[in-house]
Design a binder for this molecule. Structure first.
Ligand code: UGA
Length: 456
């Protein structure tokens, strides 16, 4: 098997590298951040991701996985080079910032002494693969003075944070966008260990053109985001008629054409580094191409408006003014099982409470430090190590992720520790009627409201 270099040791690059190495391939992961590479060489995993530390350890122990900042040697030694660097939204527009992708292309051009298979795994707008190819072809004068006809393949990732190793090792599909026959063979061999259970027409390796692969990635995320926004868009009407979004989800999800996944509504609407960025990037590409992206703009509008509707609901539940309140928040990351707070609901909810002059007490099993870094040190913010410590003297508890530890509640503690037992559940985890029976003043999105039975 050819040796593989992976540029970028973020969620995608590191998971890809560690999983390929633990399946027996020789992989070198390259990054410009020396601190990160040092950490990895010492066997430490820089991110919180289930099963990843074990895969890294296995790769290193078997002598299959290496880490380096030496891009030149990695390029010289490897025939297959994955680009797995970040493509965040640009500061001044909705477009994806491709500077890191092109910096890697530049480095490959500089150091390659023969043809490479360049596998583009970063999430990019449609057409980027062609731009990279044109970049290589136009570089006859650069590097070694030879324009190599590197094969540029699109191989998008479909990894969910918190489940990324499993998604990589048991993929629903592996999309390969290329018309290069040699590249097709090499990519088939790389992914063969993860295709053992696939047979014949149910093979999970899907070959297509490069632009189709690029669009498949961004549109898959947009489609999932659209489902969530569609559910969120129905919650206000459900509330007006005492209908229950949970029942509706079951009702529509049992239709095999619809399915039950990614239909959970809530006030803590979708966040993370992927859905918001990819929907925005698709809108930007469409508008650049002169196409009205109104449907997809609404996906983002619904997401933002639902978050704000939830903040209003939180404030309505308070017996005191916001400025006199202390509000406990459970869940700071954009989803459980990660310390990633990018575009998390917590950032907007905490900001709104502080803007109103209130105080917050925050709990998250993994994301306190990353929230502190993203949000900055601010007056009125207390970080707690225990979820029940956060509710001491609180006027309301706001739940923002569906972490396991938030799914069952200690009512005795709630009643003894809180000023008033008010729960605003941004993930619709609990049953409103049961909450009322336990004396909890409970609100969520798209479900009926019941009056709390016991006095609180
Ligand atoms: C997403 C996709 O699910 C992956 O397939 C894709 O590879 C990845 O983006 C990527 O582009 O790298 P991820 O962002 O890690 O994965 O997380 P998801 O589990 O998809 O959740 C995204 C957001 O949607 C979270 O804030 C989650 O709480 C929210 N969500 C999810 C809902 O609000 N409702 C749902 O029903 C499902």
């Amino acid at each position: 098997m050819k040796k593989i270099a992976i540029f970028g040791t973020g969620y995608v690059g590191l998971v890809t590298g560690a999983c390929l190495a633990s399946a027996g391939m020789k992989v070198v992961c390259v990054d410009i951040e020396e601190r990160k590479i040092k950490m990895l060489e010492e066997g430490e995993c820089p991110i919180i991701e289930k099963d990843l530390p074990e895969r890294i350890k296995k790769g290193v122990k078997t002598g299959n996985l290496f880490f380096t900042t030496d891009a030149k040697t990695a390029i010289e030694e490897c025939d297959v080079i994955f680009i797995a660097v970040g493509t965040p939204t640009k500061k001044d527009s909705e477009e994806a910032d491709l500077s890191a992708v092109f910096a890697v292309a530049e480095t490959i051009n500089k150091h390659a002494t023969k043809r490479k298979i360049v596998v583009q795994k970063s999430t990019v707008p449609v057409g980027t693969g062609s731009q990279i190819e044109e970049f290589f072809m136009g570089k006859a004068e650069g590097g070694h003075g030879i324009a190599f006809f590197h094969a540029v393949v699109s191989n998008p990732e479909f990894l969910k944070e918190g489940n990324a190793v499993k998604d990589f090792e048991s993929p629903d599909r592996v999309v390969i966008g290329t018309s290069d026959e040699d590249a097709k063979k090499v990519m088939s061999r790389i992914y063969a260990p993860f295709m053992r259970t696939a047979v014949g027409t149910t093979d999970r390796m899907i070959f297509m053109s490069r632009p189709s692969a690029e669009l498949t990635k961004v549109f898959a995320n947009t489609m999932l985001a659209m489902r969530i926004s569609a559910m969120n868009a129905i919650t206000e009407l459900a509330e007006k008629f005492d209908a229950d979004a949970k029942e509706i989800r079951k009702g529509i999800g049992s239709d095999s054409r619809i399915g039950p996944d990614f239909l959970f509504p809530g006030g803590a609407t979708f966040g993370g580094s992927c859905f918001p960025k990819d929907v925005r990037a698709l809108i930007a590409v469409m508008e650049k191409a002169g196409i009205d992206a109104k449907l997809f703009r609404e996906v983002m509008n619904v997401n933002r408006e639902q978050r704000m509707r939830f903040v209003v609901k939180i404030f309505e539940q308070l017996d005191c003014s916001v400025s006199e309140s202390k509000i406990a928040i459970w869940g700071l990351s954009f989803k459980p099982g990660t310390d990633d707070v990018r575009e998390a609901a917590s950032l907007d909810v905490v900001q709104s409470i502080l803007d109103g002059g209130g105080k917050v007490a925050l709990f998250d099993a993994h994301a306190k430090e990353s929230f502190r870094v993203a949000f900055g040190e601010r007056a009125g913010v207390e970080y707690c190590d225990d979820q029940y410590e956060a509710i001491k003297g609180a006027d309301a508890l706001v739940i923002l992720t569906d972490a396991m530890e938030f799914r069952s509640l200690d009512f005795e503690k709630l009643h003894s520790l809180m000023n008033k037992v008010v729960i605003c559940d941004g993930k619709n985890l609990h049953d409103p009627e049961e909450m009322a029976n336990e004396g909890v003043q409970y609100v969520c999105m798209g479900r009926p409201v019941f009056t709390a039975k016991k006095s609180t």
